[in-house]
Design a binder for this molecule. Structure first.
Ligand SMILES: [Zn+2]
Length: 656
């Protein structure tokens, strides 16, 4: 959230895994459209119209993620993370999250409002949207019955609020549509109205897509209609000026409403919400990002990628892919996170920002992963998948306290500073909301498909049911404890398939055995190993992915580097301020770290003659290491960054 502009604006992210709306194939979209079209009074259009328009203009898609309901996680760190998150989501009181909505629709609230940002009034009700997205994705991922009832209850309550409120807008704002109308009229604004409304719309979209809740789509479409009508009289210069204020993923979610309904006017509205001031330089390959609030921009760029998919217009695609490249290659830490104080800084100043306690806002990584998934679908290259894996382990898994399930806001690069977590009921930051979503959709980018091609991108224990091909695939792995994975195919009949196994950029030599016999050795790191054949029921592929310790220099500061083991950033445990148990759960942790900015000496890493292999030793039987060296005294314990919690750490070293 953009705290700098908090009085008049806000900052953050987006929700959902809308890439292709999580729909498995066109047939699902058509089914949904038929369901919508069965209620012509709702949308005012026949089914044929919906199908025709929805398909028109789609850019060619090269790969498609599987719907969450086709992937089930098996034992491993991601299943643990998902289970922790489910417990948190099920502990929250829907009526407390609905408080602002009922109150502002003139209905008596059924429970008191939660604390933190829910009570502060700058983006009231934003958490409900994230919660709805998270429950919907988790429902699709797990089939837990309790979640389905919660989704349906919340949607039913929102519908009741919409019925009670004047007009078709349902929102958590205390003054109804006043702030949105202020935005449109160019008047001063309190909070970030479009940003907040986007969270609700995305939650309804996800309930519609992942839970197939038709009422959610009806409420969503009514909101979109309100926006369409209210925006119509506003001329383009004023509309674009309005977009200077953070507005979340309005463009993306309106494009999704178009895809769900077939109504062209929502697509046109999505294009109006494309911020030209960002689009133009990016489409020309110009990085004008210095000083911009990072997570205000990323959702806009996801919108560009979405619009490219729906309209085929090249400049949207150019802008999105250039943005990804410059952020990942010039502006990101080894973890995949970026920014300090939520802003992009000049890349040449990276060293001074290592002392910041407010680097790497978690929402930023959440949205970079959503953008990466979208770009991979359009152009499936291993580089996107490499980044996805790195940011998933070191940014997302690392953002969740493995004990309580609570989420980070920032992930500090400042040595001696710990990760701080939100509280259970008194924070509700942007990163609390995206945190709920992060750990509800770990199955969404392990596998992709296109025709009879299956991409295996991530080494995460899981079952895949590829309905169209009659294929079930079980991936069993203890990765990253062990650099290996095993794929077992269950087929209804011998089937011609192309398996593309990702050979990660960090792996020097990958080898594959089929049914115990050596099939292939690859030294093409950062590419796919392609296996095209007729597969038989019971075929077993064993993949060896040896991991090694290596240094990853900072872009624009090669004298500074992080230690990595495979895709894992290794953090050294270091002494920090004494902290009583529980002191790292801070209701106001957004501002807590801002006072820590003074420079800190960066630890020197002199390796000696034996190099990295001599300096870093893995502890027997554990995913832990010991770092020793000529000037390192007693040395350091190194742990994967995602396993560091409740303590101080060091990420970067001065090398060479
Ligand atoms: Zn955030």
């Amino acid at each position: 959230m953009n705290m700098k502009f908090q009085k008049i604006s806000r900052t953050t992210s987006i929700t959902g895994d809308a890439w292709d709306l999580g729909l498995p194939a066109d047939r699902h979209r058509r089914r949904l459209l038929r369901a919508v079209a069965a209620a012509p009074l709702l949308l005012g259009m026949p089914a044929e119209a919906a199908e025709g328009v929805a398909g028109e203009g789609d850019a060619d898609e090269a790969a498609r993620p599987f719907p969450l309901s086709d992937v089930r996680l098996l034992d491993g760190p991601f299943l643990e993370s998902q289970s922790l998150n489910a417990r948190y989501l099920q502990s929250l009181n829907c009526d407390r999250l609905l408080h602002n909505y009922r109150k502002n629709a003139g209905l008596a609230p059924k429970a008191p409002v939660y604390g933190g940002w829910e009570a502060e009034g700058l983006c009231p009700g934003h958490t409900l949207g994230h919660f709805l997205s998270a429950c919907s994705m988790l429902w699709a991922s797990t089939g837990r019955e309790g979640l389905r009832a919660r989704i349906d209850y919340v949607v039913g309550e929102l519908h009741a609020c919409q019925e009670a409120a004047p007009g078709s807008l349902v929102c958590g704002f205390p003054d109804g549509d006043t702030q949105l109308r202020n935005c449109l009229a160019g008047r001063p604004v309190v909070g970030v109205p479009w940003y907040t409304l986007h969270k609700l719309m995305a939650g309804l979209r996800d309930a519609s897509v992942h839970r197939r809740n038709a009422q959610a789509l009806a409420v969503l479409v009514s909101i979109a209609d309100w926006v369409d009508e209210a925006a119509r009289p506003v001329d383009e210069p004023r509309f674009q000026k309005m977009l200077d204020l953070e507005h979340g993923g309005m463009s993306e979610v309106l494009a999704d409403v178009h895809a769900l309904t077939g109504e062209v006017r929502y697509l046109r509205l999505a294009e109006r919400f494309s911020h030209r001031a960002l689009l133009a330089p990016l489409a020309e390959g110009r990085d004008a990002l210095d000083g911009l609030h990072a997570n205000t921009q990323i959702p806009k760029v996801i919108g560009f990628a979405r619009l490219h998919k729906l309209t085929g217009q090249a400049h949207y695609r150019q802008a999105a892919s250039y943005f990804w490249r410059t952020v990942v290659e010039q502006r990101s830490f080894a973890t995949g996170g970026h920014g300090a104080d939520e802003h992009f800084f000049p890349p040449a100043e990276v060293e001074q920002h290592l002392a910041s306690a407010t680097t790497m806002e978690t929402c930023g990584t959440y949205n970079m992963l959503r953008l990466t998934q979208a770009l991979f679908a359009a152009q499936p290259t291993a580089g996107y998948a490499d980044y996805y894996e790195r940011a998933l382990f070191n940014g997302i898994l690392a953002s969740q306290d493995p004990d309580s399930g609570m989420f980070t806001y920032f992930q500090p690069t400042r040595r001696t500073y710990p990760k701080l977590y939100c509280t259970h009921e008194h924070s509700f930051f942007c990163c609390t909301g995206t945190g709920m979503e992060n750990h509800a959709k770990h199955g969404d980018s392990i596998y992709f498909h296109h025709q009879n091609v299956l991409y295996v991108n991530l080494f995460i224990a899981s079952d895949l049911h590829w309905v169209d091909q009659g294929v079930r695939l079980r991936q069993t792995t203890r990765f990253p404890e062990l650099g290996a994975s095993r794929l077992t195919l269950r087929l209804e009949r011998p089937t011609k398939l192309v398996l593309r196994l990702r050979h990660p950029g960090w792996c020097k030599q990958l080898s594959v055995r089929l049914n115990g016999r050596k099939l292939i050795d690859s030294d093409q790191a950062g590419r796919y190993v392609e296996l095209a054949r007729t597969w038989r029921d019971g075929d077993i592929l064993e993949i060896d992915l040896p991991m090694h310790v290596h240094l990853v220099p900072l872009p624009n500061a090669p004298q500074l580097a992080a230690l990595m083991y495979g895709p894992l950033v290794l953090a050294a445990r270091v002494a920090g301020p004494a902290m009583p148990p529980g002191a790292d759960f801070v209701a106001g942790n957004v501002s807590f770290g801002k006072k820590f900015k003074e420079p800190l000496e960066i630890l020197a890493l002199r390796l000696g003659g034996a190099g990295l292999e001599g300096a870093v030793r893995r502890s027997p039987g554990a995913l832990a290491f010991r770092l020793g060296g000529p000037d390192l005294g007693e040395g350091y314990e190194l742990l994967p960054f995602h396993r560091i919690a409740h303590g101080s750490y060091n990420l970067y070293w001065r090398v060479g």
